[in-house]
Design a protein around this ligand. Structure first.
Ligand code: ATP
Length: 649
């Protein structure tokens, strides 16, 4: 419930109009947020704080928002914090004059480096009064730290962090260290920040007139403002562009000022899993739909900017142009002269050209190669000359063309524009193979063909009408995925984070023999344990996992790992995401995934099997408790067997 401005409290730390926001004021707001778990309260606290920022120091709004979401720039610019634990420990030790082993010991008992820094500072005598930190300078220094590279970069980073820590007062060291780690962990999800931002802008624009507004009118203005900001941000996910526009014209002018723009990748539309063709027909009953091949590659959002620059972005808005120099070179050949700018949604798949078999003398036709071939590619510093596996682009959607966003057009129109403005190029570019299906038999035949040709299955999409628009960042019922695995009864795969390891025995003595996996709950910002996995790995896999994960071992379990009764030998920093298949899901007294959603117990995977590394997904993009809940419930409906068997660790 919104409190009118007369009731807006000032926080403990205030500042004057036109002055930069004190970092202590932001830290005070963070402390207040951390003290509650109620989402409405969190939004309220942040809204009130942002109103003050807008009224007194509007130039600092962008920095404040970035510090709230723990980022330094839009995702696609790729600059990140996430400083390693050992480096931070050294910086805290040097800055507070304490020994490294003591800091490590504190970390083991407190579990949070932010708290360790806070306590270390508290016990340190202050010799002289330090000047108070301001938000813009903290933000700039965090950016500078993230940018340090090259010779002696570790030492230089430690030096910069020491300097910042020395200037910290009160609660500041706690949040500063957590920001450096790359995670604030105060229960502030990005969507709450977006809602608070929208509300704060509406309230500041209303100014004094707010006092006379009836409560319902105010509530509806806040609601509408929030909807506009959310919709615009999903089209143009860049605070660098959205915040200045909000400050200039409020939410009213936002839709006109901020639209999908080539160069700024939007969060892709996602699909819901289905278990049977009959489910597809139930969903689309009587409505026009289309089936497309589901290529097994990597999602590629291709942008042509008005200045002729090309960029390829991943599912996670990472700029992949360096990974795919060959794609960047190929793409201009499939563009017709009528095209000046575009955003294309596509899948990049590994491809083998037609070849003469020297043994048989027969020409083998070109074909799709499995995803694994593509995943062997390095992600950085790829030189065109070193590329062994060819990539072919399969386009399935056109989101922007020649200055005009197409998101709100129906799929059949977008598809027609795609066909009109792009042209297939042998071994380089094609449209996703599609058939506008009607009957079970037709879909079945098309699905079989897709699998035979090396695809994962089909994507089934609403073709016409208002439900066939492109919905950025949504997992929509208007896109269904039908993978061959589902039909075999194994269900959809899950993307899970590796948070623990079990030391190997016997043949696996020198590597980890099994792993503890977790899903991510964005509401509590916790990783919830889901299963122990030891199947699906080749020896080479285990060696490679050991090499990667050994670097990520951490001394103690993080406080935001909700592991239940699982007891791995070591814990890892949550960085690595794996795709995993399971026979089924069951309630578990040991694990905590989706706890409370179906039962007081958590949900676990039975017979989990490793499929592949998902380095295109961040840990926060892993399968959510809600998805696990719906997978569990779907199997209860689909299966006649009882699935309540308890598992043992
Ligand atoms: P999710 O979060 O939905 O699990 P995911 O990246 O794991 O996403 P899948 O669930 O396997 O992927 O299915 C969706 C993905 O399929 C898309 O992100 C895209 O990369 C790929 N894909 C292949 N062909 C198509 C197509 N014709 N239309 C849409 N997506 C396609």
């Amino acid at each position: 419930i919104f409190q009118k401005p007369s009731q807006v409290r000032d926080t403990k730390v205030s500042w004057k109009q036109g002055e930069p926001v004190p970092y202590a004021a932001l830290a005070a707001a963070f402390s207040e947020i951390q003290a509650t778990t109620k989402r409405l309260e969190i939004t309220e606290i942040l809204t009130q704080f942002l109103v003050r920022v807008i009224e007194r120091s509007p130039d600092n709004l962008l920095h404040v928002v970035y510090l709230c979401i723990n980022r330094l720039c839009p995702d696609y610019e790729g600059l990140e914090l996430g400083i390693g634990e050992s480096l931070l420990i050294k910086a805290i030790a040097q800055s507070t004059g304490r020994e490294v082993p003591r800091i490590k010991k504190d970390l083991e008992s407190l579990g949070d480096l932010g708290l360790v820094a806070l306590n270390s500072k508290k016990n340190q005598p202050t010799m002289f009064k330090v000047s108070s930190l301001k938000v813009p300078s903290v933000f700039k220094q965090l950016r500078d730290i993230a940018l340090v590279a090259g010779n002696k970069s570790q030492d230089r980073k430690i030096g910069m962090i020491k300097k910042l820590l020395a200037a910290c007062q009160g609660e500041e060291p706690k949040f500063l260290i957590r920001s450096l780690e790359g995670k604030l962990r105060i229960g502030l999800a990005e969507r709450s920040v977006l809602v608070s931002l929208a509300r704060a802008v509406v309230i500041s624009k209303l100014g004094k007139s707010i006092a006379k507004l009836p409560q319902e009118t105010l509530a509806s203005k806040l609601e509408q403002g929030t909807e506009v900001v959310k919709a615009v941000y999903s089209e143009l996910p860049s605070y660098d562009l959205v915040i200045p526009a909000l400050l200039r014209g409020g939410v009213e002018g936002l839709r006109d000022e901020c639209k999908l723009t080539p160069g700024v990748p939007l969060k892709p539309m996602l699909a819901k899993p289905t278990k049977a063709i009959s489910e597809v027909l139930d969903r689309f009953e009587g409505q026009p739909f289309t089936c497309e091949y589901k290529y097994d590659g990597e999602r590629a959002q291709v942008h042509l900017l008005a200045d002729g620059k090309l960029a390829v972005f991943s599912r996670n808005s990472e700029n992949m142009s360096v990974k795919y120099p060959d794609l960047v070179e190929q793409i201009p050949r499939c563009i017709r002269p009528s095209v000046k700018s575009f955003v294309l949604d596509a899948e990049a798949a590994a491809w083998k050209k037609a070849e003469l078999n020297p043994d048989t003398g027969v020409e083998e036709p070109a074909k799709l190669l499995p995803f694994q071939e593509l995943s062997r590619r390095k992600r950085k510093d790829v030189k065109a000359a070193d590329i062994k596996v060819k990539v072919k682009l399969f386009a399935f959607d056109l989101l922007y063309l020649n200055g005009e966003p197409l998101l709100s057009r129906p799929l059949d129109e977008r598809r027609q524009l795609l066909l009109d403005h792009f042209t297939p190029v042998e071994d380089e570019f094609d449209y996703a193979k599609a058939e506008d299906g009607t009957s079970v038999e037709q879909i079945e035949t098309f699905l079989e063909r897709s699998v035979k040709e090396g695809c994962e299955g089909l994507m089934v999409k609403m073709l016409r009408g208002p439900d066939s628009t492109y919905e950025p960042s949504r997992r929509s019922m208007n896109w269904l995925k039908l993978k061959k695995d589902y039909l075999a009864g194994t269900g959809d795969s899950l993307d899970l984070v590796v948070i623990g390891g079990y030391l190997g025995k016997g043949k696996r003595t020198n590597v980890y023999g099994a792993f503890l996996l977790a899903c991510y709950d964005p509401d509590s910002e916790k990783f919830q344990s889901i299963c122990k996995i030891g199947t699906g790995f080749t020896e080479a896999d285990l060696d490679a996992h050991y090499a990667t994960l050994k670097q990520l071992e951490i001394g103690a379990r993080k406080p935001y790992y909700d592991v239940g009764d699982a007891k791995p030998d070591v814990y890892f920093d949550a960085k690595v995401v794996w795709e995993v298949l399971t026979a089924d899901l069951s309630l578990s007294p040991v694990y905590t995934a989706a706890k409370g959603l179906v039962d007081q117990r958590g949900i676990s995977l039975r017979f989990p099997r490793f499929i592949r590394i998902r380095d295109d997904k961040a840990p926060e993009d892993s399968t959510s408790p809600e998805q696990i809940e719906s997978m569990y419930r779907a199997q209860a409906v689909n299966s006649s067997k009882s699935k309540s068997a308890l598992d043992e660790d």
